[in-house]
Each structure stands twice: as C-alpha cells, then as structure tokens.
Write a protein that binds this ligand. Structure first.
Ligand code: ADP
Length: 335
C-alpha cells in the first residue's frame, strides 16, 4: 500500500523531529547551565586560590582558560555524540512507532479493498448472465413472445439475486447509527418472530423447529436487527440440513449475559472451514450438499456484526455429518 508507506514515512519524520527538537533543546539548555555553573565554580576556586593560598601565583588565568576550553570542548563533543545516538535510535523508534500507529488503518484499508473487490466480483456474475441472455435474444431473428417471457423471468431471477446481494452489502456498510433509539427487547419475542419468519421455508423441507425460548430476560437493542440475526441463523440451519430433520432453539441466562443456541442436525461444518465462515463472501465447499444452496456468504458476517453492535458475540460448534450449534451471547438488560 503506497499511501500507507508514505504515511509511515511522514509520521516517522514528525516523530523524529519532535524527539530531536526536545533532545537538542535539552542539550543546549544543559550546556548553558553547565557552562554558567563551571564559571561560577572556577571563580570561587580563584578567590580561594589566589587571594588566600597563593596570592601571587603566575599564569593562573591562562591555566584556567585552557582548562575551561578543554572542559567545554569535551562537553560539546559528548553532547553532539549523544544527539547523534538519539538521532539514530530515535529514527528507529519513530519508524516502529509510526508503523504501529498506522497498523489498524493499514488493516482496515486492506479489508476495505478486499471487500470492494469481492463485492464487484459477486455483482459481475448475475450482471454478466443478464447481459448474455439479452445479447443472445437480440441476435435471434425468430424471437417469439414466449421466448421473451422466459427471458424476462430469468432476468427477474438474476435481478432478485442482485437485490439480495446489494441489501446484504448495505446492511454490512451501515454503522451503528440509531443506538440511542434502542429499546428493551424480549428474547422470547425475538425468537418467536424469527421462527415465524422462517417457518414457511422450514415447512417446504419438512423441517420442524422446536422453540423452547421462554420469557427469561430482555436485551437492550434493536428488535428488528436482533430478529434478523436470529432469522439468518435459523435460515442457515434450514438451508444446510436435510429434509425431515429438526432444529431446536434454547435460551439460558447467566449473571450478565443471555445465551441463545440454534441447534441443527444438518451437514455440519468442517474444522478447516470453521475459522472462516464469519468472513464476508466465504462459503464452505458447496459440493457436499446434493442441491446447490443459494447464498453469497454474507449472512453470517451480517449476523456477527449485529451481535457485536449489541455488545455480544456468536460462536459455533459443529461436527460434519452430525450438525451445528450456533450460540449467541448478548448482555442482559434487566439483571
Ligand atoms: P451463505 O449461507 O449465503 O453461504 P453464510 O455467511 O450465512 O453464507 O454462511 C457461510 C457458510 O457457512 C455457508 O456457505 C455454509 O457453508 C456454512 N454454514 C453456515 N451455517 C451453517 C449450518 N447451520 N450448517 C452447516 N453449514 C453452515
């Protein structure tokens, strides 16, 4: 990253400039003070020496001048050496400090670029499909009304995918604005709403959802976001489970936190995929499921972001072939 490298360089110069101004300033002040002190000491020595001990000592002034000059020169070269060392050590320390200061910005920069690249890549696929279909249709001289209807239907599907993708991207880009409008949200209400929203999809796969979340606690937060968080996890549990299986929702409360678990008996997640599934656009090997499962790999990153905005976290335990348990931890409101 060129921009970051030049920022590190500039910051290093600034840090070093501050260190050197302080060091040279202190050295100069020290030199002046020592010189004055030395002069005063020697004058006192002169009084004692000349007036009381050896009143007529010849060449005392010359000797004193010579000594003064030697001491001053030695002190000066020591200070110059000291400042050169400060310059070298300060340069190295400033560079390390500048790199450290800019590291989070560098990381955010890299993440942002990767996100933009990934998002553009994902947007290209449906857009290219639409473009190709339209081009082929326009080149076909015997283009019937029926073919046009089919084309529009197919285009509409791609547009729906694009819309889902852009909704997801917008959700991720939005920050935590609206925090001051947070209310007390019942965990039970959130679970009930999320199960309701996903029940029709579950029904198509004949998957039963057992909701055991009772009225145990409230969370301070945004009801819509919290419902979305849970909906994403239940939706995934349905997507990555075989028909005729079951999903269970349980909740527990501890001193400060409430935990909500979504347990499925689906495909499970390989240990090598586990550290990445919350990354944007990450999708574990889709070939393990029989039918292609739709998605952009954004769901879990949105879920994680919502949990973190509420001061909570999401963890997962999974055994391939046996199922997964996603656990959300959120700070309790009414302790
Ligand atoms: P998407 O579902 O759109 O692929 P997600 O971010 O929601 O994106 O999930 C990322 C990946 O994590 C999925 O592609 C899937 O491989 C895996 N995954 C998520 N939830 C589950 C689950 N309940 N069971 C098995 N695999 C899951």
């Amino acid at each position: 990253m060129n921009i970051i490298r030049s920022a590190v360089f500039q910051l290093t110069i600034w840090y070093l400039a501050i260190i050197m101004v302080l060091s040279v300033g202190f050295s100069y002040a020290l030199y002046r003070m020592s010189d004055a002190e030395l002069n005063r000491g020697l004058r006192r020595q002169q009084d004692v020496f000349l007036n009381q001990t050896f009143p007529n000592f010849p060449g005392f002034d010359d000797l004193r001048e010579q000594q003064m000059k030697e001491t001053r020169d030695r002190f000066q070269s020591n200070l110059i050496l000291f400042n050169l060392i400060v310059l070298l050590a300060g340069g190295a320390v400033s560079y390390l400090l500048a790199r450290r200061t800019l590291k989070p910005i560098d990381e955010a920069f890299v993440a942002q670029s990767r996100f933009t690249a990934d998002a553009s890549h994902e947007l290209r696929t449906p857009l290219t499909a639409i473009q190709t279909e339209i081009e082929v249709a326009l080149r076909d001289p015997a283009f019937t009304k029926e073919a046009a209807t089919n084309l529009l239907k197919s285009n509409l599907e791609e547009v729906a995918k694009l819309k889902a993708l852009s909704d997801g991207l917008l959700r991720l880009a939005r920050d935590d604005a609206g925090r001051d409008m947070w209310e007390s949200v019942s965990l039970k209400d959130v679970a009930t709403a999320a199960v309701e929203q996903t029940s029709s999809v579950a029904a198509t796969k004949e998957i039963s959802i057992e909701n055991t979340v009772g009225d145990i606690t409230t969370i301070k937060g945004d009801q819509v976001s919290l419902t979305e968080l849970l909906t994403i996890l239940i939706d995934n549990a349905i997507k990555y489970s075989n028909p005729n299986t079951s999903i269970k929702l349980t909740a527990k409360k501890k001193e400060d936190t409430a935990t909500l678990s979504i347990i499925d008996h689906g495909l499970g997640i390989k240990a090598s995929d586990l550290p990445h599934i919350f990354d944007r656009f990450y999708r574990a090997d889709p070939s393990r499921s029989k039918e292609k499962v739709a998605g952009y790999g954004l769901g879990l990153s949105i879920a994680k972001k919502i949990a973190e905005l509420h001061g909570g976290s999401i963890t997962v335990k999974s055994t391939p072939g046996n199922g997964s348990t996603f656990t959300i931890r959120l700070p309790r409101h009414n302790k």
